[in-house]
Structure formats: structure tokens, C-alpha cells
Design a binder for this molecule. Sequence first.
Ligand code: AMP
Length: 176
Amino acid sequence: MTLTEKIKEAIRTIPDFPEVGIQYKDISTLFLKPELINEIIIESVDLLQPYNVEVIAGIESRGFLLGAAIAAKMQVPFVMVRKAGKLPAKTYQETYHLEYGTATIEMHCDAISSGKRVVLFDDVLATGGTLVAASNLIKKAGSIPVVACLIAELEFLNGRQILENAEIGVISIVKY
Ligand code: AMP
């Protein structure tokens, strides 16, 4: 089996969660397979090699799980992008629109020094709204969001297009 096939087999799809009509990709079952997680880390490091990565920024909360492991493997710092109100020191904030209402994410002002090449890491790319907001946080810190790295991409939601319009590359291991 290829890595893609193994990941697809390990991720389960929960229909109508958290609301009717959403096919939720549950990666909790992926993390029950440590050898597969290790393969994903190795593959991600490999795919990121051409980008001269200096920092990985993980998106709360599932972006933390592999983001930190990949950063450790690449020997680069890992930075948390969190939902509003969770980070204790001074933060940059970015508010963005969801299907209903808005959301705010934050990053510590002193987490990244300026001019760094930053990877955004999350588990699933859906509409791309969260990653565009995260890329704005990186820019507020004076750094460069170069590429978004995901375990899985929901192609029918066209998140890739939104990110590429913002001049951010997209790497995903599996596509639905
Ligand atoms: P986005 O629409 O790309 O801003 O996605 C917002 C967040 O929700 C991201 O962290 C995604 O990982 C997560 N997400 C959105 N849709 C799904 C889905 N169908 N299954 C699992 N996670 C999802």
C-alpha cells in the first residue's frame, strides 16, 4: 500500500459532524498508528525540503500534533497559532469570517523574528480561511508565509486556490 492509501484507510469520515452536511475527517484514528505517523513526518520533511524552511507555525489544535514533530525533525522552531484568549504574552491578532460569524486567532509577538520563511501546518485544508488568517499573522510579525502543509486536502472546497491567490504554496499528502 502507498502512504496515501494507508492514510486514507486510517482517517475515518464521520458524516454530519459537527453539523448536517459536513463529512468530518477524523484524524484521531491516524494517531493510533505510530509507524504511520512516523512515515508522515518523514514524508512531510521531504516535501518541505525545497522551501528553505526556517519556522513552522501550527494551527490549534490538530496542527500542533504533527507540526511540532516535523519542526523538531527539521531542527527549526515551532510556533503556536491559537484561538483568541489562550496565549499569555503580547499577541498579534487576526479576525476572519466563517460561514456563520467570525473567529479570531493569535500568535505571540515575540515568537518569530522578522524576515523568516514560515510554513503553516494544519491537519485538514477545507476553505483555507484559517490558513489565510494565519498567514496574515506571520506577515504582521514581518515574516514570510511561504507554504501551507496539510495531511489532507478537501479539493472540492477550493482552499488551494485561495492560498495560491495569496502567494502561498500548498502541500498536501492526501486529497479528497
Ligand atoms: P478552513 O475552512 O480551511 O478554515 O478550516 C477550518 C478548520 O476546520 C481547519 O483547522 C480544518 O482542519 C478544520 N476542518 C474543516 N473542515 C473539516 C472536515 N471536513 N474535517 C475535518 N476537519 C475540518
